[in-house]
Design a binder for this molecule. Structure first.
Ligand SMILES: *Cc1c(COP(=O)(O)O)cnc(C)c1O
Length: 402
């Protein structure tokens, strides 16, 4: 069936075409239905939306600016490049947009304990932050490998009172942490709210996280209309699970003249087998409660993802992206570690902004496209986060190449 709109969202089963759904243990089913209902009710209530607006403005610091990247534009000599500056948000990335929404929902539902999974630690930090703000105990599951590579974020979470539980199963990264968090949730369904950090997991998470992140795209729309008097010609965002991208893209999906590009991590290259490009290099399967594109071996076993940026190091992608890919509405590409690193350094030098390594993947795609486009082409890149957390990785790479 041809869809007439790309913003129609999930059907009653939580599916986007053949993707999404709710593949969960029976004990979780009532809870997930309960959450869906609580979310739908809250989002229709002016009081809840007013509360959300207030925290967005006064706690996160929204709206984030839409900034003309003048030197980068001059350097590439093509498209006019704008940054949507989510890296200026409290805690340094877009993750907090979703966490504020979910914690307000948890309070409304009378939940007294927050759990989360984290990879690079940005979602863990944002979760620990809102849990502290609302006085709720918080447990964060984090792969043992990630705990080693992201010490600063572990310290931040502990300062705000979160308990970090190291996960040693599998390779000790994000996928394993999410498995453990789901296990915790199954055993503590009554009092616990599970905050998922991206547009993955069982329905309603992909929809809920998208709707809390869609403020990125709504602001971009208004800001671009105010600055240029028209909509942008293209949008570019990096994709781990896909939440900053869904937030940036969603309000533009039904504007056919807006070209939309999602950037996955190609790691050492798509042919190397060491990458995190679930759409470009995976097949459909089921993981963490939903059906989507996943990195798998010949037997359907989930394989490990690789990316220089821990935040893109996930073997899946949000189911709505899988659907948008199949529909051909969004173009998905992949960028290597080396390309991302070059774009990272260039952004530091040209714009005086140290981007996250995740974000640098989007910037690398801009470097490929912008020079080929006319000067009146308006391009918006989602600056998903700042690079402070990536200093150890970047310094190590600089020493190795020195
Ligand atoms: C977590 C993270 C990402 C990847 O997550 P998405 O859900 O794909 O947005 C990208 N950029 C930054 C800065 C992050 O912290």
């Amino acid at each position: 069936m041809q869809s007439t709109t790309f913003t129609q969202g999930a059907d009653a089963q939580g599916q986007f075409g053949q993707f999404g759904g709710r593949f969960v243990a029976e004990t979780l089913m009532p809870l997930i239905l309960d959450l869906e209902q609580a979310f739908n009710t809250a989002m229709a209530e002016p009081d809840f939306l007013a509360q959300l607006d207030r925290f967005n403005a006064e706690f996160i610091g929204r709206p984030s600016p839409l900034y003309f990247a003048e030197r980068l534009t001059e350097q590439y000599g093509g498209a006019k490049i704008y940054f949507k500056r989510e890296e200026l948000n409290h805690t340094g990335a877009h993750k907090i947009n979703n966490c504020i929404g979910q914690v307000l929902l948890a309070k409304r539902m009378g939940k007294t304990r927050i759990i989360a999974e984290t990879g690079a630690g940005m979602h863990g930090v944002a979760t620990a932050t809102v849990a502290a703000r609302f006085g709720l105990p918080c447990v964060v599951y984090m792969g043992a490998t990630d705990i080693d590579r992201q010490r600063d974020n572990v310290a931040r979470m502990r300062l705000m009172g979160a308990e970090i539980i190291p996960v040693t199963s599998g390779r000790g990264t994000l996928k394993d942490a999410m498995n453990e968090a789901l296990r915790d949730w199954v055993t503590n369904v009554d009092d616990t709210f599970y905050m998922i950090g991206t547009v993955a997991g069982p329905h309603p998470y992909p929809t809920m996280v998208r709707d809390f992140q869609a403020i990125i795209g709504r602001e971009t729309r208004q800001q671009m209309l105010a600055l240029e008097g028209r909509l942008p010609d293209s949008l570019v965002a990096c994709i781990g699970g896909g939440s900053n991208a869904m937030g940036q893209f969603y309000p533009f999906l039904d504007d056919p003249d807006v070209q939309i590009i999602g950037v996955e991590a190609a790691g050492h290259g798509l042919d190397s087998g060491e990458h995190a490009a679930s759409l470009k290099g995976g097949q459909p399967g089921v993981l963490h409660g939903n059906r989507t594109y996943l990195l798998q071996d010949g037997d359907g076993q989930i394989t490990d993802a690789h990316s220089i940026s821990a935040g893109l190091d996930y073997p899946g992608i949000g189911p709505e992206h899988a659907w948008l890919h199949e529909q051909g509405r969004v173009e998905y590409v992949a960028v290597t570690d080396q390309e991302a690193l070059a774009a990272f350094h260039n952004c530091c030098r040209m714009e005086g902004i140290i981007p996250a390594l995740e974000t640098a993947h989007a910037l690398a795609e801009v470097a490929k496209r912008a020079p080929t486009l006319p000067a009146d082409h308006l391009m918006v890149v989602c600056l998903s986060g700042r690079g402070d957390k990536d200093m150890p990785t970047v310094l190590r790479m600089m020493e190795e190449s020195a």
